[in-house]
Design a protein around this ligand. Structure first.
Ligand SMILES: Cc1cc2nc3c(=O)[nH]c(=O)nc-3n(C[C@H](O)[C@H](O)[C@H](O)COP(=O)(O)OP(=O)(O)OC[C@H]3O[C@@H](n4cnc5c(N)ncnc54)[C@H](O)[C@@H]3O)c2cc1C
Length: 393
């Protein structure tokens, strides 16, 4: 973002939070850290890293999970500091997916409903960036309608035997553990009888295979066959996993990571428009300005979610609106990028001569995923219609 512009966020951050943000920005400007981030670009397309050096560097300072208590590897700070780290991470080009999965989802879940043993075992390793955890919710026949899941854990003595098929999960090839939603009870209401388990992914009976999409990032399909689990693997209450799943998705949907990623992309488009001289063409200038205004609004919505969390009043409707609004801008940002770069923008990393390492071509293919991940745009609109406008009551 243009650093000479006043940042509206400055007006409500405390002096300590402003100082924290400066420290985080300084950290990302350090040579060693920049080197770790730049090294991520050396991967060939469709190759990705497991544990990231930059996550470990953040973890050493307690910043990867800044809001977690110190005993679990955090700093005992709040959602504002956590938001600052996430926003700065993404603005500086650090992949956020592992953070979203390991810290914001699995870790946060353990923090809220895990047992003391589960927290002690998993949280410090996640907070230090030494371990990755992933999320196994989506199945081949259900994503949006998650309560229709068929992966089942059937009682077996003092435990269960888990079998099923999960798809579109990410980073599972690197993860030790997954938070897996499974059916443990049948009843007239499909939202009852769902339980969350911590599934050890290196168990016999777990087979992980890649699923490729139009983007470069790898999805996985996981087939689980007859894996024995006990009470120590249960997260939260047996048969009552639905409510925490909803609470967790609400936390995940601040729109913070999406808005920061789009801002980074738009900044790259502006830089390119400047290089090519197209910035002076009023037609381009108007589109750039319009997107700048929309992303500024999207950022305000995302930070409002952080404020709501700080006040202890998370709002599912506002959260759905934030996620919907921000991700709706993805397509316009990448299309503008393609228009500004012209045919050069179609060159890929494989071509070897692509400007900016073929990043535009790669993000062009990646962008449609934004309106699907963490709940699709249609599902967000449905939440707004049903819970916000009360249209179906
Ligand atoms: C980048 C990315 C990362 C992901 N990471 C994970 C992960 O780590 N773990 C995991 O378990 N899953 C993950 N997913 C899967 C994701 O949660 C699902 O793709 C998403 O929930 C949609 O489910 P689906 O793909 O089955 O599509 P469907 O639910 O089948 O939807 C297909 C289309 O129908 C529309 N639709 C569905 N229901 C309605 C309705 N009631 N009204 C109107 N329209 C509707 C949808 O909006 C969509 O356009 C990831 C997905 C992406 C893109």
């Amino acid at each position: 973002m243009n650093s000479t512009r006043p940042d509206p966020l400055d007006t409500w951050l405390t002096p300590e939070q402003l100082a924290f943000r400066r420290d985080v920005r300084d950290f990302f400007a350090e040579g060693q850290v920049r080197k770790s981030i730049d090294a991520l670009q050396d991967h060939a397309p469709r190759e990705e890293s497991g544990l990231l050096d930059v996550y470990r560097q953040l973890g050493e300072r307690g910043w990867l999970a800044a809001a977690w208590p110190e005993q679990y590897g955090g700093l005992g700070l709040g959602p504002v500091e956590a938001g600052i780290v996430l926003e700065e991470m993404v603005l500086h080009g650090v992949p956020e997916d592992q953070h979203v999965l390991s810290i914001d989802t699995v870790g946060q879940f353990l923090l809220e409903v895990g047992t003391p043993e589960q927290r002690a075992r998993h949280l410090p390793r996640l907070a230090r960036g030494e371990e990755i955890a992933t999320v196994l919710f989506t199945e081949p026949h259900c994503g949006s309608d998650l309560a229709a899941l068929r992966t089942a854990a059937v009682p077996d003595g003092d435990g269960w035997r888990l079998s099923g098929r999960k798809i579109f999960n990410q980073k599972s090839q690197f993860a030790e553990w997954a938070l897996c939603a499974a059916r443990t009870g049948e009843g007239p209401v499909k939202y009852h009888g769902i339980t969350l388990f911590l599934l050890p992914l290196r168990s016999p009976g777990v087979v992980i295979s890649p699923v490729w999409s139009m983007g470069d990032e790898r999805f996985n399909e996981i087939v689980v066959e007859d894996v024995r689990l006990t009470a120590e693997h249960v997260v939260g209450r047996v048969d009552e996993g639905w409510q925490p799943i909803n609470d967790m998705l609400l936390l995940e949907r601040t729109g913070m990571d999406f808005q920061a990623k789009l801002r980074r992309w738009l900044d790259a488009v502006v830089a390119d428009a400047r290089r090519s001289g197209r910035i002076t063409d009023p037609a381009y200038a108007q589109r750039l300005a319009e997107l700048d205004a929309k992303l500024t609004a999207g950022r305000a919505l995302a930070w409002n979610m952080v404020r709501a969390r700080l006040a202890g009043t998370p709002d599912p409707v506002a959260s759905a609106a934030s996620k919907w609004f921000v991700t709706q801008q993805s397509d316009a940002v990448v299309r503008l990028g393609a228009d500004v770069m012209g045919l050069d923008g179609l060159l890929t990393t494989w071509d070897g001569e692509a400007p900016d390492l073929g990043r535009l071509e790669a993000v062009y293919r990646q962008s449609p995923a934004h309106t699907l991940a963490s709940g699709t745009s249609e599902v967000m609109l449905q939440i707004i219609a049903a819970q916000g406008l009360e249209l179906f009551s």
